[in-house]
Design a protein around this ligand. Structure first.
Ligand SMILES: [Mn+2]
Length: 424
């Protein structure tokens, strides 16, 4: 783990005293470099009739900008004028402008070391495979991080510096989509309704009634969120991370958050209650740009979902039996056409709880696949079995395109080949 000193060395501006000798040798180097460059251009031009294209030196932008790396009060770098800088970047990289509004980068990650739960690393691999599948199908980039980018921001706080870094590194992405390592995509066809969020900068799954009336720390879930690549987002994350363990105010924030949300389960300040606090206490400043999504499983509680999966599978199979155009005859990677056709058959399915539509994201809140220290409310086996079931349910949607299926959702190891015109 890096020490904070190393971090401050990295961000300190470098100034060097230069001797006249080094100026002279620089001048010599420059001159010989220029001659070499001229020779190179001449050599190329003798081989080709067309003029060589002039190389454009990269303009100092984004990560080279010293104003973007002053250590702020909460131990994170302060970034300013990001919207303008991002616009400049997009002007220089015009090919990224088309489709910008729809461009999403999925960011996820897990701890640097091996999992204590003996099957933890295997489960994390399968959760990651699931995300890669979803991203491949929808053409999204994905970044998996497994190092603490800020040594003081551990556990659930670790995602904030990762999301910030991803934002800087991906000016081409309009949205950064944080998805916890213990969440799985369980409807491979479903696409985020981004149009719905066009006037918002942050989307989180939650229930407004529980936030504003009950002031409950579980009124929303901070394990999955969408955040728009913007200065607003950076300012918001500055304030949010100001409650984190890397600040001298951590203990005080624990107290404030316990006071605000009486049902808070953790003693220490946590990111989720922090988010509820910002919605309750700083609503005028942030609330109008935060969209609390409650209409579909933007993320859903696994315990509520897992028992519905067999019925959902049966329902989808029934529909396919009755509609030959939905039945796939051979392995195909691309399934956009099929998912569009499905839309018609799913219009009465509803969304979220009590619906028979495939849940979009299933989140294993409380299970802790890596450490194995699950909530005592459920047994370890129920967590791990539910994960196998959910991951195989999702995998079936992927394998279908390759001509295979897990007949038994609890049997991860075996598949059957799909017969012609399945499931007629
Ligand atoms: Mn989680």
């Amino acid at each position: 783990m890096k020490s904070p000193e190393i971090y401050s060395q990295i961000s300190a501006p470098v100034t060097r005293k230069r001797s006249p000798v080094s100026f002279a040798s620089d001048a010599f180097l420059f001159f010989s470099g220029a001659v070499a460059a001229l020779l190179l251009v001449w050599t190329f031009s003798t081989f080709s009739d067309t003029q060589p294209t002039t190389f454009q030196a990269p303009v100092k932008l984004v990560n080279d900008d010293v104003t973007c790396s002053n250590n702020g009060n909460n131990g994170l770098d302060v970034w300013k004028d990001w919207d303008e800088k991002r616009r400049e970047w997009l002007d220089l990289h015009g090919s990224f402008k088309s489709g910008l509004e729809e461009r999403v980068l999925v960011v996820t990650g897990s701890q640097p070391g091996p999992c204590r739960n003996p099957i933890g690393d295997h489960l994390l691999l399968r959760f990651f495979k699931n995300k890669v599948d979803y991203c491949r199908i929808h053409g999204y980039d994905i970044f998996y991080n497994n190092v603490l980018l800020h040594p003081g921001m551990h556990s659930f706080w670790a995602k904030i510096p990762v999301v910030r870094a991803a934002m800087m590194a991906h000016p081409e992405a309009e949205w950064i989509w944080w998805v916890d390592s213990d969440a799985a995509f369980t409807d491979m066809d479903f696409k985020l309704p981004l149009q719905r969020y066009k006037n918002h900068n942050f989307v989180v799954h939650g229930w407004e009634k529980l936030i504003y009336e009950k002031k409950s720390w579980t009124s929303l879930n901070a394990g999955v969120f969408l955040i728009r690549n913007s200065q607003w987002a950076l300012d918001f994350m500055d304030v949010w991370s100001g409650m984190g363990p890397q600040t001298p105010n951590y203990a005080k924030w624990g107290e404030i958050l316990r006071e605000t949300c009486k049902d808070k389960a953790f003693y220490d300040s946590d990111d989720q209650t922090g988010l509820v606090y910002l919605l309750l206490k700083e609503n005028e400043k942030w609330g109008n740009k935060i969209y609390v999504e409650g209409e579909y499983y933007f993320e859903g509680y696994w315990l509520e979902i897992v028992e519905t999966l067999d019925n959902i599978t049966a329902k989808y199979n029934d529909i396919e039996r009755g509609a030959s155009r939905l039945r796939r005859r051979h392995g195909e990677k691309v399934s956009e056409g099929y998912s569009a056709m499905w839309g018609e058959y799913l219009k009465d399915a509803g969304y979220g709880k009590f619906s028979w539509r495939r849940p979009f994201v299933t989140h294993f809140t409380g299970c802790q696949p890596c450490s194995g220290q699950h909530n005592q409310m459920y047994s370890g086996t129920s967590c791990w079995d539910a994960m196998q079931k959910v991951l195989n349910f999702a995998d079936n949607q992927v394998l279908r395109n390759y001509g295979y299926v897990h007949r038994d959702l609890l049997d991860s190891a075996s598949v059957s080949q799909l017969p012609f015109d399945y499931p007629a």
